[in-house]
Write a protein that binds this ligand. Structure first.
Ligand code: 5AD
Ligand code: SF4
Length: 472
């Protein structure tokens, strides 16, 4: 596709937004009130960012936003399918929405995101949830204006699922959840094919965005008040490999760090197999890159790592951790761990427990292995019995808790910069994060949101701190 053709496709969507405005305004005149929409996000940061794009388009079309989907005229579920419980959650909520919709038949229900890229899911929705009006997948988010025009103006269900991302929605409207921070997609898809993971099948092959486009987007966000940016990709460490002019993630970080006004830079997710010495160097040299590394290990057993197709072993992982600690002494590590992968023995599991102790993670996302149709692991023998997995999962949680509590306490008594993110549910308190990504609660009010202030970290409460702002 030439640049001209690409731009024409995007312009076409802007015209659909104009058409949407008319449709929305006609309907709200009839109803005598504004139309209300609700976008509900399931899953990861990528989906959260996609939802901001959906909301931006809905805002531009004239919808008001609500968090209560039961009162919305249009509900969009942005789905996740990484584990089966995410799927079940969506089916459960659809059942509930159906009951609401029976009382308000004009309600429009749309589904998008990763679940929609699976044929068996689409077939099930068509058969068992016929009231769903709109379905589209991960590859055509940019076409949301057009698909919504069709849903509002045609009297039949609209389904548009594609197999490849050719057009990105970056130049369409977006509404950020937070005015002071934002995610920025630097790449889409994944080429790794870890044997348990459905992501490469539903998000497609890895594609990196051009560095100039990313830098432009970050510049615009900073000019618009963002102090913190999180660069997003399934495996940011392989950024650039698919671009015509070879570059690297470390190189990209170097350039982003030069942007005037940016105060904090984060990224997610790093794959241990591709983490380069150059990246460690760039992190050590640039204080605006937060001293936090989310580095999913998945298992501490070499045997299991091999079966997972992760392309590193325990020793390599520990070596990377050591190098990062040498370069950035206080750095915090977080991780993802799967328990109950097919063939996992008691010994393999104990290797995972001992790795947690050895690394000293600040926190860990722990998951029970979930069989995903179409992945190699789903066909493996020796699936671990449920009761065994449940017992191991409990032991895993206990280990993570003990280790993380010990580790998080290391900043007690220090004064550190906290980016205030929100008011706490507890009146008179606000909540923010230090660069190491540890949460801090402190006395304050809404006027502090979006500011970075020095805070005395007085008391560690396990995973978080209570602090006191330092008056200068
Ligand atoms: N079962 C359990 N956890 C999974 N993850 C990915 N696929 C599965 C699965 N089939 C976890 C991994 C990954 C995180 C995003 O989700 O730990 O890092
Ligand atoms: Fe899934 Fe592995 Fe890709 Fe992460 S790197 S999205 S776990 S296949």
């Amino acid at each position: 596709m030439t640049d001209q053709e690409y731009n024409a496709k995007i312009e076409e969507q802007w015209r659909y937004i104009e058409e949407l405005k008319l449709l929305v305004s006609e309907r709200s005149t009839l109803l005598g009130r504004p139309l209300v929409s609700s976008v509900v996000t399931f899953g990861c940061q990528m989906n959260a960012r996609d939802s901001e794009k959906l909301r931006g388009i809905l805002d531009a079309a004239g919808f008001r936003d609500t968090e209560n989907e039961d009162e919305a005229d249009l509900v969009i579920y942005n789905t996740c399918t990484v584990r089966d419980n995410a799927d079940q959650h969506v089916y459960g909520r659809l059942g509930h929405l159906n009951a609401v919709r029976k009382k308000r038949p004009s309600m429009i229900i749309g589904l998008c995101g990763c679940m929609m890229q699976e044929d068996h899911v689409v077939a099930k929705i068509k058969k068992s949830y016929p009231f769903v009006n709109l379905m589209f997948g991960t590859h055509n988010l940019y076409a949301f204006p057009e698909l919504l025009v069709r849903t509002l103006s045609e009297d039949k269900r609209v389904i548009d699922i594609r197999q490849e991302t050719k057009i990105f929605p970056e130049s369409l409207p977006v509404r950020r959840k937070h005015f002071f921070k934002s995610g920025v997609n630097i790449m889409y898809g994944c080429n790794n094919f870890c044997s348990y993971c459905i992501v490469p099948y539903v998000r497609g092959r890895e594609i990196s965005r051009a560095p100039e486009e990313i830098l432009d987007e970050v510049r615009r966000l900073v000019a618009d008040g963002c102090v913190e940016i999180m660069l997003l990709g399934q495996n940011v460490n392989s950024y650039g490999k698919t671009l015509p002019e070879k570059t690297s993630f470390a190189e990209l970080l170097r350039e982003v760090c030069k942007i005037e006004g940016l105060q904090r830079l984060r990224f997610m997710t790093s794959h241990p197999k591709d983490l380069s010495d150059e990246l460690i160097e760039v992190m050590a040299e640039n204080p605006i890159i937060c001293p936090h590394m989310h580095l999913p290990v998945q298992s501490g057993s070499d045997e299991i790592l091999k079966k997972m197709n992760r392309h590193y072993d325990r020793a390599k992982y520990l070596d990377t951790v050591r190098k990062l600690r040498e370069a950035i002494p206080d750095i915090s590590f977080t991780t993802d761990i799967i328990v109950g992968f097919p063939g996992e023995t008691e010994e393999d599991f104990e290797d995972t427990l001992s790795l947690i102790r050895e690394v000293g993670f600040d926190s860990a996302f722990t998951f029970i292995y979930s069989k995903r149709k179409g992945t190699p692991a789903a066909e493996m023998e020796n699936q671990v019995p449920e009761e065994v997995v449940k017992r191991r999962f409990k032991r895993l949680l206990d280990e993570v808790k003990v280790t993380a509590e010990e580790r998080c306490a290391r900043f007690t008594g220090r004064i550190m910069d906290v980016l205030i993110e929100e008011e706490n549910r507890e009146p008179g308190l606000v909540t923010g994060r230090i660069g190491h990504n540890i949460v801090v609660h402190l006395p304050g009010d809404a006027s502090m949101i979006g500011k970075i202030i020095p805070v005395h970290l007085k008391e560690c409460k396990g995973f978080y701190y209570f602090g006191e702002p330092v008056r200068e």
